[in-house]
Design a protein around this ligand. Structure first.
Ligand code: GTB
Length: 222
């Protein structure tokens, strides 16, 4: 495989906490042992024609491998999982179930979590915001309850670790700091189990280094 290039924030607003979606792509690349390059983009560059040709919505991450260009973190991870061993089971039915978990992560669990970010950061100053917030939180709790019940005391969602777990943990990471996982110790342990994987650690360190370097580059010189 041609060494792929992904895009990531030149300076992530999350301060290097691994919450931007290049993190999950880096993690998948590390899991399958595929070396990659990173092109850092600013918010301005993301909206310029060169980047829009790669990503119609002017976002990160993107993925370039030879003449293949992809956007959408889920699609990039599915591509990697299909091209390499290690992220999808060989058995066709188990593979289909793992893909179902990938879609459940981005299609069922992530939307209410994104809604919380919108409620807090984009709508926090609206007169109706305080009234809406509990509804948004309850929609997340409902999904966490359901997911927690299904996971039970298993390590991973369906047998061995798969791209379904990678995406699900990538999504759940976005609510760990809010305390929403505290009521679901098995989900908190599930996220911690994912974060303990060596591939996660390498990916996390790489994205943190980008943030740390961006601070250093900006530091006043004496
Ligand atoms: N569905 C797409 C995917 O999965 O790839 C969504 C891509 C997306 O939302 N990208 C965001 C982006 O480029 C970065 S990850 N935003 C810039 C823009 O739209 O102009 C979302 C994100 C951003 C910041 C934090 N944070 O600071 O905590 C967390 C997550």
């Amino acid at each position: 495989m041609t060494k792929p290039t992904i895009t990531a924030f030149e300076r992530s607003p999350d301060g290097g906490r691994g919450l931007a979606r290049d993190m999950r792509v880096r993690w998948a690349l590390e899991e399958v042992g595929q070396a990659y390059d990173v092109r850092l983009v600013s918010f301005t560059e993301m909206k310029q024609p060169a980047h829009l040709a790669l990503h119609p919505f002017g976002q990160i991450p993107t993925y370039e491998e030879g003449d293949l260009a992809l956007f959408e973190s889920g699609a990039i991870i599915l591509h990697l999982a299909q091209r390499h061993a290690g992220l999808l089971p060989d058995d066709a039915s188990a593979r289909a179930r793992a893909v179902a978990w990938m879609l459940a992560a981005v299609n069922t669990i992530e939307p209410p979590i994104l809604d919380l970010q919108v409620a807090k950061f984009a709508e926090g100053d609206k007169s109706w915001s305080a009234e809406r917030l509990p509804l948004v939180l309850e929609r997340i709790r409902r999904r966490l309850r359901e997911l927690s019940a299904r996971l039970g005391d298993a390590d991973w969602l369906d047998g061995a670790f798969s791209a379904g777990d990678l995406l699900m943990i990538g999504v759940l990471m976005r609510v760990t700091s809010s305390g929403l996982l505290d009521a679901f110790p098995n989900l908190a342990a599930y996220v911690a189990r994912g974060e303990a994987r060596p591939a996660f650690q390498r990916a996390f360190a790489a994205q943190l280094a980008v943030f740390t370097n961006s601070l250093r580059d900006e530091a006043p010189r004496h």
